[in-house]
Design a binder for this molecule. Sequence first.
Ligand code: GLC
Length: 573
Amino acid sequence: MTNPPSALQRPQDWWRDAVIYQVYPRSFADSGGDGLGDIPGLISRLDYLANLGVDAVWISPFYSSPLHDGGYDVADYRSIDARLGSMDDVDSLVAEAHARGMRVIMDIVPNHTSSEHAWFQEALNSEPGSQAWDRYMIREGKGTDREEPPNNWRSVFHGRGWSHMRDADGEPTGYWYLHLFDTTQPDLNWENPEVHAEFRDILRFWFDRGIDGFRIDVSHGLVKEEGLPDFDHPEQFSGLPGFDEEHVANHENMFDADKAHAPYWDQDGVHDIYREWRAVADEYDPPRIFCGETWVPNPERLARYQRPDELHTSFNFSYLDAGWDADAMRTSIDDTIRNHATVGAPPTWVLSNHDVVRHRTRLAPLATDGTADLGRGLDRARAATLFTLALPGSMYIYQGEELGLPEVSDLADDARQDPAWPRSGGTDGKRDGCRVPIPWTPELPSFGFSSSGAAWLPMPAYWSGLSVADESEDPQSTLEFYRSALRIRRELDALGEGSLQWEDSPEGVLAIRRLSDTGNVLAVLNTTDSPVRLPSSWGSDVLLASGPEIALLDDDGVEMLVVGGETAVWVRR
Ligand code: GLC
């Protein structure tokens, strides 16, 4: 068989069915020994990613930042955090990734800057009505002494969404700035043309350096409803995906408010911004691409971001939210595909990222003692991954899921760095649990993450056996399973973009057929805990299974496949 084309050999459409690997750079690989992952560390592991078989890497922010929100607080969009590397390192990263046939996607944060950004520093030293103030959402307070914030909006990270502008002596003034996230993340004013021009320029700055695209942070934010009306915040929050009672009580979902049409999410005006950005991306050859972090209430609202002159793709969080529930998964798949078809865009699929509980833990059933059954969690995670990789469109993989890493739910309170942790009084802000560094070797204490043994978050000793080195030697490991899945997905025309047909299947079982001229593939996911017998007409030529519970049954000379509980399988047809 000839080698399937790499992402670089399909310059126009590679993103339509790519497998994109998310790197959280502080936690990937540390070359400097300070316990913080960095760009040279990432470069040293590009062979690992190429060998895993991904088409592109998306790297969470590595700009200059005080790191109050893991780099999503950008102090300078045109420079690199010195702790993570230099501009030369980024140039090498792009060259080295491209040399291995992989694309590089950066992360852009347009809803807010860091309070250490030169613009906000200028605003702090400027007067009401100044040009510097107009770049941010700064308003007079309410009340006789303007001691009340301009409206009742809350921060996604808990508490008030507004903080006082302060004078040179640090005294509060009657003016307030909006921060939908941490106090150190002032929201930009997207009514101001200067903000538009600045971001177009930032895009070009990086595109000119060879960056292939951007993931857009909080892409459903940016534009706020005119008049900044009060918002009737839902009292009951349902929880960030995966953070249920077992992980944290009374958790607020980061973006739960968007389900209730908050006046700061998913405003129609945001689409004008993406039309401008698309025009910039299309100036390049090959065109650069975007993927929005778009938390919206339903797949219909999501598809609006993928209209032909807007973003290429967006994350499809309805599927991530569906949990281990065949009906909910099927509904999300159907709605997503149908709505994306109306705008001619391919869907994306994602099961884990740096903001949600890792899917091995999130999908795990509760054991009798009330803790997550991580053994079954791994079975389910592998099965969900295999089935998802057979869906049409592109797929995002979060670093460490290919090792089957569980969430680290027992981090010490004083180790936590999520800004929502102190703001919620320790009831929320547990995102550090999915950001613990990657184990590369069996060596404690930092499993080869850094040469010095340092790690910015402690790595649990019970991860022994889950390192890249350990799993590379075990043909049954989750890592080898991911490698096989990605290789087969790349080799077979039926997987990737294209249409999908559902097969009739028993309750709790999902079965899809993917068609191509060179052969069809059937993907089956059994979410029940009992084996299911597949009809003989579905064939028995197993390409890959997520677990060992696969058996061939010879029933009166007819071969049938039996798929174990909580297992997925790909069958050639
Ligand atoms: C996005 C990021 C998250 C960050 C937030 C504020 O949701 O994924 O990590 O905290 O935006 O920038």
